[in-house]
Design a protein around this ligand. Structure first.
Ligand code: PRP
Length: 180
């Protein structure tokens, strides 16, 4: 399977160091608050698991699963919720944890959707961002790495559901498209 994997963009060591750095900042920023971590399935599961284990504050977890309506309607920014949050987030301190921001449309939709539910605070923590292809402005409070607009896999990110379990983030030789 490794034959399909191209250049390593972010190594396991770089991810580990960045996860610790982000977790330290988050632990300080939320030290007097009750934090709810919201993972966007599926891609964020690995980042969320590692990040949360480095936090020194008590946290709770929830998950949301979303899917765009296919490539054409993806550009409309409309997102289908496959599995909604279980928690009522009104009055809660919510930190959305995402693996990658491409166009930003998914998070833009979710931020608007979550704000209607009136959380006390709402912030974004993303491992990866591709500034070249981002189409909407987002306030990403906690960001791991800005990467080029290449199709990447590993550390939660897939190609046809494969490669999510790689310990690093790499390009895919066989895919040149930028969008996920
Ligand atoms: C990826 C990623 C984000 C979204 C980013 O999810 O996890 O949720 O795409 O794209 P955008 O910024 O252009 O909206 P994907 O649809 O690949 O689902 P997955 O997490 O289940 O792999």
């Amino acid at each position: 399977m490794e034959n399909e994997i191209g250049e390593v963009l972010v190594t396991e060591e770089e991810i580990r160091a960045k996860v610790k750095e982000l977790a330290k900042r988050i632990s300080e920023d939320y030290k007097d608050k009750e934090l709810l971590l919201v993972g966007i399935l599926k891609g964020a599961f690995m980042f969320l698991a590692d990040l949360s284990r480095e936090l020194t504050i008590p946290v709770q977890f929830d998950f949301i699963a979303v899917s765009s309506y296919g490539s054409i309607s993806k550009s409309s920014g409309v997102v289908r919720i496959l599995k909604d949050l279980e928690a009522d987030i009104e009055g809660r301190h919510v930190l959305i944890v995402e693996d990658v921001i491409d166009t930003g449309l998914t998070l833009n939709y979710l931020i608007r959707n979550f704000k209607v539910r009136r959380p006390a605070t709402l912030e974004i923590c993303a491992l990866l961002s591709k500034p070249e292809v981002q189409r909407v402005s987002l306030n990403i409070k906690y960001l791991g790495f800005s990467i080029p607009a290449k199709f990447v896999v590993g550390y939660g990110l897939d190609f046809a559901e494969k490669y999510r379990n790689l310990k690093h983030v790499a390009t895919l030789k066989t895919k040149v498209a930028t969008g996920r």
